[in-house]
Design a protein around this ligand. Structure first.
Ligand code: GLN
Length: 204
């Protein structure tokens, strides 16, 4: 397994949404990207990204493909990174309107919470170092970052085990909880690889 340190095999849920941008971002960060469309595709991947898109549609497709329980099982052992709709899927509680989810992170998210006139925007965030990274490795992570928000949810509550890595207008936008990571913005749409690298470091 020594060689996998810089070439991790990471699945990207490829049923709907901007999964191809995540594949490119993973490759830029030095990982191998594997499209996941079935439970069998999860075999052999060391972590998974659930991309942005439309969370209601994604949940429906996950149900149709019988992927809900395999993903929950996967998440009990391996890291999952959810961006935007993917973060909604990871949350235990979803509002506006309430909907089912994978429930792998103890947090409440409100969908489309920034309102219509602010559908999408680019903001600057200050990002803290991930707890999983140890002091020596945090260099290059704690700094400012450009973040793209598209019909983003707002994380209204995080659980006790959560670590808020970045906030915007007072609300958490990048949160880790144990092995999982959730962003309400789209790090796959900027050239900056730091959030993907942060996730890759969670894969051990
Ligand atoms: N508004 C979408 C939803 O609720 C998420 C938007 C996105 O992933 N960019 O599912």
């Amino acid at each position: 397994m020594a060689a996998s340190a810089n070439r991790k095999r990471v699945g990207v849920l490829a049923l709907q949404g901007d999964f191809q941008a995540h594949e490119r971002a993973l490759r830029r960060a030095g990982a191998e990207a594997v499209e996941v469309r079935s439970a069998a595709d999860l075999e052999g991947v060391e972590g998974l990204i659930i991309p942005g898109g439309e969370s209601t549609t994604m949940m429906k497709l996950l149900e149709e493909e019988k992927l809900l329980n395999p993903l929950r099982e996967f998440g009990r052992k391996r890291p999952i990174f959810g961006t935007c709709a993917g973060a909604i899927l990871l949350a235990s509680d979803v509002a506006n309107p309430p909907q089912a989810s994978l429930g792998l992170m103890d947090m409440e998210v409100e969908r489309n919470a920034y309102g219509r006139q602010l559908d999408s925007r680019i903001a600057r965030l200050h990002v803290a170092a991930s707890k999983a990274e140890g002091e020596a490795e945090s260099e290059g992570v704690e700094s400012d970052m450009e973040a793209v928000f598209i019909r983003a949810p707002i994380i209204r509550r995080v659980g006790q085990d959560a670590n808020v890595l970045a906030s915007y207008q007072g609300d958490p936008v990048l949160v880790e909880q144990g092995r999982h990571l959730a962003a309400t913005f789209h790090p796959e749409l900027t050239e900056d690889s730091r959030v993907h690298l942060m996730f890759l470091r969670k894969i051990t």
